[in-house]
Design a protein around this ligand. Structure first.
Ligand code: ATR
Length: 281
C-alpha cells in the first residue's frame, strides 16, 4: 500500500452538499499542518444515508461530519453517543472506531460558545439576560450550550410559541419562553441576542425586527454566514452593538472532529477565514 492509500479519509455528508464550506476548511488545516489525509464533500440522499454510513469505515474513513438533513439519523444509527448528542438528539461529528463502532458527538454548541469567547474574550455568560430568537434544529444546540455555559436568564422567543415551549421542555426547564409579540422588549436589556431564525437569510423571509432598544453594549450573534454580514448583524451594528457571525461558529465546531481524525488540534485564525471565504473575511 502506498502512503496515499494509508492516508485517513474524512468528509461531510449532506444533501445537498455542494455549498458546504467544510471541505475548504479542513483542506486548509490538512495543508497547513502538512498532514496526509483527505476531507471530501459527500452528497448522500436520505434514502442512501444508512448504507453510505455503514460502508465508510470499510473504505478508509476515520470519521465524518454530518449536516442537513442527516443529523438526527446519524445520532440514531450511532453505536456510542456523547452526552451532548443525547441531549440534542442529533450528531454533527462522527468517529469510526474499530472496537466501539460509530461514535457520535455534537459540537455545534461548542462552536457557538468558542466563537463568542473569541469575539469577546472574558465573555461572561452570567453578565445579563440572553435573548434567543427561533426554535429550529440549530437553535437547540445554541440554547443547550448557553445554559451549560451558565446563563442566568435565557429568554426564548419563537413566532410559533409552542415550538419554543417544546424546546424548553426537552433541553432545560430554566429557559423562559416569551410571546413573539414581546421581542423588542426582550431584546432591550439583553447582554447577548442570538438570531437563529431564517429571517434575513438569502431566499428567506424579510427581517421584521427593529432592535431599536438594543443596548450598544450588547453582543448580537447570527448563526449563518453572509459576506459583509447578515441583515440582522447590520441592524445590530446600526444600533452600536458588536456582532459575531455564523462563520466563526462553523470554524470552531470543526476543531474537535479534525483533532480526533487527524491527530492535531487545529487553530482558528484569519488565514483560515481567508481560505474558507476569500480575502477580507
Ligand atoms: P432550523 O431547524 O434550520 O433552525 P427551521 O426549523 O426552518 O430551521 O426554523 C426556522 C426558524 O425561523 C423558526 O424558528 C421559524 O419560526 P416558526 O417556528 O414559527 O416557523 C423562524 N421564522 C421563519 N420565518 C419567520 C418570520 N417571518 N418571522 C419570525 N420567525 C420566522
Amino acid at each position: 500500500m502506498t502512503d496515499h492509500n494509508n492516508a485517513p479519509l474524512a468528509g461531510v455528508i449532506g444533501w445537498p452538499i455542494a455549498h458546504s464550506l467544510s471541505p475548504k476548511l479542513h483542506g486548509h488545516w490538512l495543508a497547513r499542518y502538512n498532514i496526509k489525509g483527505w476531507y471530501l464533500p459527500l452528497p448522500v440522499s436520505e434514502g442512501n444515508f444508512e448504507a453510505a454510513l455503514r460502508a465508510m469505515p470499510k473504505i478508509g474513513f476515520v470519521g465524518a461530519n454530518v449536516t442537513m438533513p442527516h443529523k438526527e439519523r446519524a445520532f440514531a444509527l450511532a453505536d456510542e453517543t456523547s452526552a451532548v448528542a443525547q441531549r440534542l438528539g442529533a450528531a454533527n461529528t462522527l468517529v469510526f472506531d474499530l472496537q466501539r463502532g460509530i461514535c457520535a458527538d455534537n459540537t455545534d454548541g461548542f462552536g457557538f460558545i468558542e466563537n463568542l469567547r473569541e469575539a469577546r474574550p472574558g465573555w461572561d455568560a452570567a453578565a445579563g439576560p440572553v435573548t434567543v430568537l427561533g426554535a429550529g434544529g440549530a437553535c437547540r444546540a445554541v440554547v443547550a450550550a448557553l445554559m451549560d455555559a451558565g446563563v442566568s436568564e435565557l429568554r426564548l422567543l419563537n413566532r410559533t410559541k409552542s415550538r419554543a415551549e417544546t424546546l424548553r421542555d426537552e433541553i432545560a426547564s430554566g429557559i423562559n419562553v416569551h410571546d413573539w409579540a414581546e421581542v423588542e422588549e426582550a431584546v432591550s436589556d439583553a447582554s447577548l441576542v442570538v438570531n437563529t431564525t431564517s429571517m434575513g437569510m438569502a431566499g428567506g423571509p424579510d427581517l421584521t425586527l427593529t432592535l431599536e432598544n438594543l443596548s450598544p453594549d450588547a453582543l448580537a450573534a447570527d448563526i449563518v454566514y453572509a459576506a459583509g454580514g447578515t441583515p440582522f448583524m447590520k441592524l445590530a451594528q446600526s444600533r452600536g452593538a458588536e456582532t459575531v457571525d455564523g462563520l466563526g461558529m462553523l470554524l470552531h465546531q470543526a476543531r474537535p472532529g479534525f483533532e480526533r481524525w487527524f491527530g492535531h488540534a487545529p487553530e482558528v485564525d484569519n488565514a483560515l477565514r481567508a481560505a474558507v471565504v476569500g480575502q477580507g473575511a
